[in-house]
Design a protein around this ligand. Structure first.
Ligand code: FAD
Length: 402
């Protein structure tokens, strides 16, 4: 059966389930998947069947479905524990190329991106984080290529990435937002050195990336030369949307008492404590509320407006994660002082407390989200900009210039 936007929910459900029954052998596939890698062969099958990016147009591997229809496919894949669906919601590199790349770039790389492992984000630099438009990584044209020199930092998954979405300066005489170009940069080449950074969570997912005389083709520009900041707005809005959705609470479907906070309260004998009950209810209500806000932000974004609403979702999710981790710690009481394999609840609470900072720093800090909400949502005056309209080569950076 061919699935189109006119198919009923039941037809979509039946088609995706029949396809998974015929093609997905969990017992054989799951052990063959390494941690972060998913077999390219399987992903190719998913892309070619239209399940990978069902909301996209058929010209680019989609089925033209709406959000509700796409979620039927995502849920079926989750049920079968099969990877590769919902890449139109989570694959930042592919989404950005699809939304703002030229047709030539889309035809050249989209399928590869959708069937490959990882595309990292080469944005932040030692002197450009919150003030990201201050990037100093340099891209100089050389025939059909650009030569890249500079340093990036906090680059998640750079070790595994085959591509990086790179912000680099191409015009030093333009004001800072206007001389930046956005590239789809090949990571596996001489001149790209990746050094892992150890994180407080014990993970080492982010890295420093040193780029020396590396090359990227002009055909890999996302958007227009010197208009990279504009194209980047799409990428960052989707990143904030993904972060705003947060980690799904670990609970079994249809069984509300399996919510981790309820289980902890039960274990601590505090289920009848009205203070605890209120706090758990609040934590669950905040997640539900943020889900609604996310839906509103997504609808506005699909209509081409509402990019700043993503900041509300991301900021709220950051508060929610800090709040849930603090409540878990409170419920554990003195056990929260312990750690190690024999105390999994304490270990989870420590991990969640530290990991909550990922959402409040990565993708733009909480303070920056508040600035965006103040300006773009509430209409308050902008922060003073000392470098507005100034050619970038004349903008001073204290750490470098003093
Ligand atoms: C887990 C994680 C993953 C990350 N992954 C990536 C990645 O893959 N790729 C990538 O490029 N980057 C990544 N980052 C980097 C992240 O985007 C930056 O850390 C972030 O934008 C802040 O920049 P900074 O660290 O330079 O802090 P700074 O910009 O130096 O900020 C320091 C402090 O000053 C505050 N501040 C700065 N300016 C203002 C202002 N105008 N108003 C109010 N307060 C302000 C900030 O809120 C912050 O508290 C990641 C970060 C984390 C934590």
């Amino acid at each position: 059966m061919t699935i189109t936007k006119h198919s009923s929910d039941t037809e979509i459900q039946q088609a995706v389930t029949a396809w998974l029954e015929a093609n997905w052998d969990q017992a054989e596939r799951v052990p063959r998947q390494a941690d972060k890698y998913i077999e390219r062969e399987w992903l190719t099958q998913v892309v070619e069947a239209g399940w990978s990016v069902p909301s996209w147009s058929s010209e680019y591997y989609g089925l033209g479905l709406n959000g509700r229809q796409s979620r039927i496919i995502e849920s079926a894949f989750k049920e079968y524990r099969a990877p590769g669906a919902a890449r139109d919601r989570y694959h930042l590199g592919a989404i950005t190329v699809y939304k703002v790349g030229s047709d030539t770039l889309k035809r050249a790389v989209l399928k590869e991106l959708l069937t490959g492992p990882i595309c990292c984000l080469l944005y932040s630099e030692p002197n450009a984080g919150s003030d990201l438009a201050g990037v100093r990584t340099r891209a100089v044209q050389d025939g059909n290529d650009y030569i890249i020199n500079g340093q990036k930092v906090w680059t998640s998954n750079a070790m595994e990435a085959e591509y990086g979405m790179l912000l680099a300066r191409t015009d030093w005489d333009a004001p800072k937002h206007q001389g930046i170009t956005f590239f789809l940069f090949p990571m596996r080449q001489p001149g790209v050195e990746v050094r892992p950074i150890n994180q407080i969570t014990g993970e080492s997912e982010f890295n420093e990336v040193f780029i020396t005389d590396a090359r990227v083709s002009a055909a890999n520009i996302i958007g227009e030369v010197n208009q990279g900041w504009k194209a980047f707005q799409t990428a960052i809005a989707y990143e904030r949307l993904i972060m705003g959705q947060g980690v799904t609470a670990r609970r079994q479907k249809g069984n509300p008492t399996s919510h981790p906070l309820i289980r902890l309260a039960d274990r601590a004998g505090k289920l009848a404590d009205s203070h605890v009950r209120q706090k758990i209810a609040q934590a669950i209500a905040y997640r539900e509320l943020n889900k609604l806000n996310n839906d509103r932000a997504k609808a506005e974004m699909a209509a081409g407006t509402g990019f700043s609403l993503m900041s509300l979702s991301k900021l709220a999710m950051s508060r929610i994660q800090h709040g849930e981790a603090a409540l878990a710690t409170e419920l554990l009481g003195v056990e929260a002082l312990l750690d190690g394999e024999q105390y999994p609840d304490a270990r989870n609470a420590h991990f969640d407390s530290a990991k909550a900072y990922m959402n409040s720093i990565g993708g733009g800090t909480d303070q920056i989200q508040r600035n965006i909400i103040a300006e773009k949502v509430l209409g308050l005056p902008k922060e003073p900009e000392h470098d507005k309209g100034v050619p970038f080569r004349e903008v001073r950076i204290r750490a470098i210039d003093e």
